[in-house]
Design a protein around this ligand. Structure first.
Ligand code: GLA
Length: 728
């Protein structure tokens, strides 16, 4: 049993394979956090709740209730009655007064896990996950909050969420409903987050915590290029292999806040949820609000262990696509090959050449619909442009299929161009503020997905295209952040719900898509990687990582992404050089080694690249087929970080039984007069012997782990090697 309630001690105990989480109850019914960390095997108690220290609990010392509220390690803090730290729930009553007090009512434990209505969330069978629901209530407001903890024992994960219900008679306003809180004593924590920009997504950032609040967040309506809904608190000196890590990751694709706050008593409160800015939810009598899920994990063995827990968890309990555990077809996408300048002939030319090289799917990117030859028109007009695709879409798809390739297509369903038939017919379908000109971003506006009829239109428009031909893959793009948060059909009261309603609209669209087309390979995308989050992962087994396809830039982007996401989920392509974004020239081979750590495909004009490179493609496709099972399903180990050392990068993927290990090494900058570099490898069985593929060389696992491996000296910048070790 992963969950147990010690009735006499009033303690909830949640155990995973390697961690224990303890929640305690005071005599009045306040729910407090006792412990999260290394697994405890002996009897537990509530000594860490500090209820024996002044100011005691309100029943013992009513005079100092506020002091108690402001120092007690709250499991789910509320605002308005004395806790001045960040609250998770702010509620206003009908008179507009803000205050709430949640006290324990009851609990329930069951095998399995319920779905979260309207939201993506993790799943698992009755044997895989056990759930604790603790019901708290505010008797004055008639408000009930159910805190849910789903314990995935094997993966060391606790998935948390909160559902708030109005069981009283007055109308309430929720001004903030976060999904999880962790109140702990500070251990000189440092905070790790993932930050960046367009073409520089998810670089790892690490800073010591200081007094006050440190946060990352988004108010852009998407999880964003700039910051990522993930934070980890780590003890000083934490590395890949050692140190304590407390991590939270948000299963949500819109505005978020992830924050750590050190207070006057040196305790730290870590919270995660929908950003409180521009959020209010009206909760009439009888209504409920479901907050999205936060995935929590603790690792006592450093960051690599945390990564592997997230990877296993997402592969086993978040990605629902039939492609999750399957090899994806090697695709070629025409975006960087042609941008908007293509027609059916050009695509067929690419397809024929691609087929000769062993590529398995052609993806037609932006520019096939309406009159779109540039980014300033036609979004919303999902009708094939027969001037470019002569004879229509079905004819093209059939021809591509005849050549022997599958066919995929690009959409940007959430958007509307001011110059489009759709906008001319429905100008009120764009998000807009009364009398204000809508702010343009990439020449486009955002559709008001809070409106059911707009969701219906978009869903039908996409489905109709997919029904019209043998389309096996969709790239679902979203190329701008949200502004002008106004909806023509929402009244004043409901406008602050718009950001969240928009995200619910996106989820509804994706749900309909994957329900009608369960065999479809869906790749989410957002101007590169602005919506790479677990919410999107629920619908699509892979997400486009970044518009930056430069192999060197990708090292940092993919390292940051792989800190939490399985390699199989990272959309990665080999593109042409000089790279279109950085102008850098890297060897074709290095580009393939870097893309091998992701979903793997091509994004170049295969009819125009140098012959020598074209000749290499069939070998690269064979390499993908040889190693993809390992890369997709294996355990990931970070060995060296170019982002940290500015010279070289290395990672390994080991099969679950440690029978084979694939090491990728990239020498970013050559250094003169150096001996071979020794790197300590990971992922090996220390009792086994391994042969290095392509050589007669035999190594012991323990030597590779504790001694190291000498990387042969290489000339040149941006060169790379793959080392495949197989247990003897
Ligand atoms: C975004 C995507 C690109 C490409 C273009 C098309 O930027 O990230 O891969 O699809 O849109 O407009």
């Amino acid at each position: 049993m992963a969950i147990c309630f010690h009735e006499e001690k009033r303690i909830f105990q949640l155990d995973t394979k390697n961690s224990t989480y303890l929640i305690g109850l005071t005599p009045e019914g306040y729910l407090g956090h006792i412990y999260y960390g290394r697994k405890l095997h002996k009897e537990v108690n509530a000594c860490l709740l500090r209820t024996a220290e002044a100011p005691f609990t309100p029943s013992v010392n009513k005079r100092e209730k506020v002091s108690f509220m402001d120092s007690f390690p709250m499991e789910y803090p509320v605002g308005g009655i004395g806790d001045y730290r960040e609250s998770c729930l702010n509620v206003r009553n009908e008179l507009g007064q803000m205050g709430c007090e949640l006290l324990y009512q009851s609990f329930e434990v069951y095998q399995g896990k319920k779905r979260l209505e309207g939201l993506p969330a993790s799943f698992g069978s009755e044997g895989e996950v056990e759930t604790l629901e603790i019901t708290l209530a505010d008797g004055i407001l008639g408000l009930e909050a159910v805190l849910s903890y789903s314990v995935f024992e094997k993966e060391d994960i606790i998935a948390r969420s909160v559902r708030v219900s109005n069981k009283g008679s007055e109308s309430l306003q929720l001004e903030k409903v976060y999904s999880a809180c962790l109140d702990m004593d500070n251990e000189d924590f440092e905070m790790i987050s993932l930050c960046g920009s367009w073409a520089r997504e998810r670089h790892i950032q690490r800073e010591p915590l200081h007094y006050g609040k440190q946060s990352v967040g988004s108010v852009r309506g998407e999880s964003s290029h700039q910051e990522h809904p993930f934070i980890a608190l780590v003890t000083p000196g934490t590395t890949g292999q050692q140190g304590e890590v407390y991590a939270m990751h948000f299963v949500y694709s819109g505005n978020f806040l992830a924050q750590a706050e050190i207070n006057q008593f040196d305790s730290v409160r870590m919270v995660m949820g929908i950003h409180g800015e521009q959020f209010t939810w009206n909760l009439s009598s009888g209504e409920s609000f479901q907050a999205p899920e936060v995935i929590c994990t603790y690792s006592g063995e450093g960051l690599s262990k945390m990564s592997r827990c997230f990877h296993d968890f997402y592969r086993n309990h978040m990605i629902r696509s039939v492609y999750n555990h399957k090899k994806r077809p090697v695709l070629i996408n025409n975006w960087e090959a042609t941008y908007f300048a293509f027609d059916d002939e050009k695509l067929l030319e690419i397809a024929r050449e691609a087929k000769n090289c062993g590529i398995e799917m052609l993806v037609m990117d932006d520019g096939w619909f309406g009159k779109r030859n540039f980014d300033d028109n036609s979004l919303g007009d999902w009708i094939v442009n027969e001037e470019k695709i002569k004879g229509g879409l079905k004819k093209l798809v059939d021809q591509v299929n005849e050549i022997g390739l599958e066919f995929g297509i690009w959409f940007e369903p959430e958007m509307i161009s001011p110059d489009s038939e759709l906008y001319r017919a429905h100008p009120d379908w764009a998000l807009q503020i009364d009398r204000r000109e809508v702010s343009m971003c990439r020449n486009q506006y955002v559709l008001d997905l809070s409106r059911p009829e707009v969701v219906d239109y978009v869903s039908e428009a996409v489905a109709e295209i997919l029904r019209s031909a043998n389309i096996r893959y969709v790239k679902w793009d979203m190329n701008r952040q949200l502004t002008d948060l106004g909806s023509v059909w929402l009244d004043r009261e409901h406008h602050k719900e718009l950001f969240h309603r928009y995200v619910l609209g996106v989820y509804e669209l994706q749900e309909r898509l994957v329900t009608e087309f369960p065999e479809l390979l869906l790749e989410n995308c957002s101007g590169g990687g602005a919506r790479f989050d677990p919410g999107m992962l629920y619908y699509s087994p892979q997400i486009w990582c970044s518009d930056d396809t430069d192999a060197v830039e990708r090292l940092s982007i993919q390292e940051g992404t792989a800190l939490v996401y399985p390699l199989s989920s990272m959309g990665a392509h080999i593109s042409d050089c000089p790279n279109h974004i950085t102008g850098r020239i890297t060897p074709f081979e290095t580009r393939s080694h870097v893309a091998l750590a992701g979903s793997f495909g091509y994004e170049l004009d295969i009819t125009k690249i140098p012959e020598a490179e074209r000749q290499m493609i069939s070998g690269q496709v064979a390499m993908y087929h040889a190693y993809n099972d390992l890369v997709r399903e294996g355990d990931y180990y970070r060995i060296a970080s170019y982002q940290e050392n500015h010279r070289f990068d290395a990672w390994a993927v080991a099969s679950k039984d440690k029978g084979e290990v694939l090491v990728t090494y990239v020498q970013v900058l050559a250094e003169p007069n150096k001996r071979s570099r020794k790197i300590r490898l990971q992922g090996f069985d220390e009792d086994a012997l391994y042969r290095l593929e392509g050589t007669e060389q035999v190594y012991s696992g323990e030597m590779l782990l504790y001694g190291g491996f000498l990387v042969e000296p290489m000339k040149g910048d941006f060169v790379s090697r793959l080392y495949h070790f197989v247990r003897m």
